[in-house]
Design a protein around this ligand. Sequence first.
Ligand code: MG
Length: 270
Amino acid sequence: MRVIFSDLDGTLLERDTYCWKAANAALLVLKERGIPWLLVTSKTRAEVDHWRRVLGNVHPFVVENGAAAFIPRGYFTDAIPGATRREEYEVIRWGKPYSELVRGLDAAVHASGCRVHAFHDMTAQQVASACHLPIDQAELAKQREYDEPFEIVDTERSGELEAALDAQGLSCLPGGRFYHVCGRHDKGGAVTMLAGMFRRAHGGVETIGLGDSCSDIPLLLAVDIPIVVSSPELSAIVQHVPKALVAVPEGPAGWNDAVLEVLGDQDKSP
Ligand SMILES: [Mg+2]
């Protein structure tokens, strides 16, 4: 069986409009054939809940750059080691608590003299305009649990800031729009664990991964068929993942064509 792991922003969703409709043909094929497609994103649980409803997705998902995996209860028959039950999900957490990240980022700003503009200091209105999001979605985006996005104001001091975060055991990951401070986790660890669960449940599994930014490199390295959706970071990603296929055009249209091609359904491409 095949399992797809996909980033959202700039990959399945258009970077600025968050529209996915150009991927409709491929999504229909996945649903018709019962092929699992898992969202693996820097978005929050609250945002992914929204997008799973909009997209009609019923599969496990990964939030906040690999900080936690949410598996619908009963999705796998075997017990999930290390999972805790939370509402209708089994949750595996790798991330550090949000309050610890905010404290760590403040300390790193102080130590490095590199000013930042972080989510916890931004109003929902400011997040909405920075991310081109409607205000209700900006409120969902502010419900961080394991990852704090920020913009660097003093870019010439970014190296010192990264070192100060590293000294506290925190990671600084570049994303499509923001940097992210988080614990020592990435999308790749979560994808590897979930792929293992599919293999235990179903035997032979071929994994396909799609992403558009450098924070997707660990995801792309963790799958059998990595696909980079075109973006300004394309060449940096391909350097790290030389066997990656490249989806053109950008965003959901490229996602659609690449998924149909890998599944052998190019003729259904619009
Ligand atoms: Mg992205």
